[in-house]
Design a protein around this ligand. Structure first.
Ligand SMILES: *Cc1c(COP(=O)(O)O)cnc(C)c1O
Length: 458
C-alpha cells in the first residue's frame, strides 16, 4: 500500500524539553525583550524557527564520532577523515578547515578582493557580501528576474541571470574577483539552482578566465530539487548530482552548520594549488593550523559523518517534503507566501498579510511579535527592519519586500510541532485586521535588527 504520510526517517533517542508558556506570560516576555526576537531567551521559546544554522540534531553516529575525535594539534585522524570526505564530495584536492562559513569567506574573498574588484553572484548571502565589501570590493547580485516575484511559480528561482553575467564580465574585464553561485539561493528562500544554469555559468566563467566559487551550504537540498525537477537528472543519485555541480567550479565555500548537520564548522576547497597555498597562509594566521583551522577534532568528526548522512534519500525526501508541508498548510489558510516553497524555510509576505500597516511601521516585525504572542514561535523579519535605511529628511527608505522567515532546523521538529505552527497561523489570520504597526525606540548604527528595541503603536 502507498502511504500519504512521509514520516521522519529517524526515531528519538535523546530528548530536550520544551518550556511551555501561556499567552499572558508571553505578552510580558515580549515586552521584556522589547519585541525583538534576538533578545528573547531560548528557554522561553516553544518552537524556534529563527535559523537552520548550527541548530541541527546530530545523529547517534555523529555523537559516537564526537567521542572518537582526535584532538592532536597536527595530523589529527579526525581531520584526515574530514579531508577525505570533502575531497570525495567536491572532487577538489585542496581542503582548508575553518570554524564556520564566514571565516572561509573572509580568507578567500579577502585574498581575491580589494578596492576596484567586482564579485558577481545569483545572490550574495549577507556574510558573503559583508566580507567582500569589507575588503573594499563591490558585490553585484544577478538573480533571474523570475526570482524576484514572490507569487510566481518557477522550478529554479535560485538561478543566475547568465545573459547579465556575460555582459558584466565583458564590462568589468580584468577586475572580477570571482563569480559565486550560491546553492540553494539562501536569500531568496532556499530556492534551487538548476544543473543547466550552473553549466551555463561555468562555461561563461571559463570563456572569460574568471574563478567560479560554489557557496555549497545547502548543496544536498539543492540536489533534491535537481533530481526531481530537471530533465535528465532523475537517474543520478543526490550525491552524484552534487559531485557533478562541484565539478563545474574552481573552488567551494561551506558553512557546515547547514547541510553537514554540525553545530559549528566550515571549509574551503580548491583545485588550484597556488590559490590554496595563498589561503593556507591566511588560515594559519587567523584560524589555526592546516589540520584543524579553528575546529576541535570532534567537530571535524561530526562534519565528516554529517556530509555522508545528508545525502540519504530518505532524509532528503523528508527534509524537502516537510518544509513544503508547512508551506502547504499555510497556503491553505490563505497566508501570503513566497512561492514555490524552498528547501530550508518558508517565507511569509507580511506586506500582503497586513496591508493596513505601512512599511515604515514594520509589518514583518509585527508578525514576528504576533507569532511569539500566539504560539511562542520565534521567527525573523527580513524586511525594512533588516535592510531599511533613512533618507536625509529622516523618513524610512523601505526594503523591497517585507518578509518573515520560518527556517526549519534539520531533524529537530516532528510533524506535530509543524502542525502546531500551522494552527498558530489560524489565530494570525483571524486577528490580522486588529494588528498594529511598530516603531523603533532605540537602535544601533549597524545591523540594527540584532539589538534594536521596538514598541507597538497605539
Ligand atoms: C550561513 C551561510 C553562510 C555563512 O556561514 P556561517 O557559518 O554562518 O558563518 C554563507 N553562505 C550561505 C549561503 C549561508 O547560508
Amino acid at each position: 500500500m502507498r502511504h500519504r504520510t512521509i514520516i521522519e526517517p529517524f526515531r528519538i533517542k535523546s530528548v530536550e524539553p520544551i518550556g511551555l508558556s501561556t499567552e499572558v506570560e508571553r505578552v510580558e516576555l515580549l515586552k521584556d525583550a522589547h519585541y525583538n526576537p534576538f533578545l528573547l531567551r531560548s528557554k522561553d521559546v516553544i518552537i524556534d524557527l529563527m535559523t537552520d544554522s548550527g541548530t541541527s540534531a546530530m545523529s547517534a553516529h555523529q555523537w559516537a564520532g564526537i567521542m572518537e575525535g582526535d584532538e592532536a594539534y597536527a595530523g589529527s585522524r579526525s581531520w584526515l577523515r574530514m579531508e577525505n570526505e570533502v575531497q570525495d564530495l567536491t572532487g577538489m584536492q585542496h581542503v582548508l578547515p575553518t570554524h564556520q562559513g564566514r571565516a572561509a569567506e573572509r580568507i578567500i574573498y579577502g585574498h581575491l578582493g580589494g578596492p576596484g574588484k567586482i564579485f558577481i553572484s545569483n545572490t550574495h548571502f549577507d556574510t558573503t557580501r559583508a566580507n567582500i565589501e569589507f575588503s573594499g570590493a563591490t558585490a553585484i547580485d544577478i538573480p533571474i528576474p523570475e526570482g524576484q516575484d514572490t507569487a510566481l511559480q518557477h522550478p529554479f528561482k535560485g538561478n543566475m541571470d547568465v545573459g547579465e553575467l556575460d555582459r558584466l564580465l565583458k564590462e568589468h574585464k580584468g577586475h572580477v574577483g570571482a563569480v559565486i553561485l550560491t546553492v540553494t539561493n539562501n536569500s531568496g528562500g532556499g530556492q534551487p539552482v538548476s544543473m543547466a544554469n550552473a553549466e551555463g555559468v561555468a562555461a561563461i566563467c571559463k570563456r572569460h578566465g574568471v574563478i567560479l566559487m560554489l557557496d555549497c551550504c545547502r548543496i544536498a537540498e539543492n540536489s533534491w530539487f535537481v533530481k526531481h525537477r530537471e530533465e535528465g537528472m532523475e537517474g543520478l543519485t543526490y550525491r552524484e548530482i552534487a559531485q557533478r555541480m562541484f565539478a563545474l567550479a574552481d573552488g567551494a565555500v561551506m558553512s557546515a552548520k547547514k547541510d553537514a548537520f554540525a553545530n559549528i564548522g566550515g571549509f574551503l576547497s580548491f583545485r588550484n594549488e597556488a590559490l590554496a597555498e595563498a589561503c593556507t597562509n591566511l588560515l594559519i594566521i587567523t584560524e589555526g593550523f592546516t589540520t584543524y583551522g579553528g575546529l576541535a577534532g570532534r567537530d571535524m568528526e561530526a562534519i565528516a559523518i554529517g556530509l555522508e548522512e545528508v545525502f540519504d534519500p530518505h532524509y532528503l525526501n523528508y527534509r524537502i517534503r516537510s518544509t513544503t508541508f508547512l508551506g502547504e498548510q499555510l497556503h491553505k489558510l490563505g497566508v501570503p507566501l513566497m512561492l514555490p516553497i524552498g528547501g530550508h524555510a518558508v517565507y511569509i509576505d507580511a506586506k500582503k498579510l497586513y496591508p493596513h500597516i505601512p512599511p515604515a511601521q514594520y509589518p514583518g516585525q509585527a508578525l514576528v511579535s504576533e507569532l511569539f504572542r500566539l504560539g511562542g514561535i520565534r521567527s525573523v523579519e527580513i524586511g525594512s527592519v533588516m535592510f531599511g535605511t533613512y533618507a536625509e529628511d529622516g523618513s524610512l527608505k523601505p526594503s523591497r519586500m517585507e518578509l518573515v522567515r520560518l527556517a526549519i532546523p534539520r531533524r529537530v521538529y516532528t510533524q506535530s510541532h509543524i502542525e502546531y505552527v500551522a494552527e498558530t497561523f489560524e489565530g494570525i489570520m483571524a486577528e490580522r485586521e486588529q494588528v498594529k504597526g511598530m516603531r523603533i525606540v532605540k537602535e544601533p548604527k549597524f545591523l540594527r535588527h540584532f539589538t534594536a528595541h521596538f514598541d507597538t503603536l497605539p
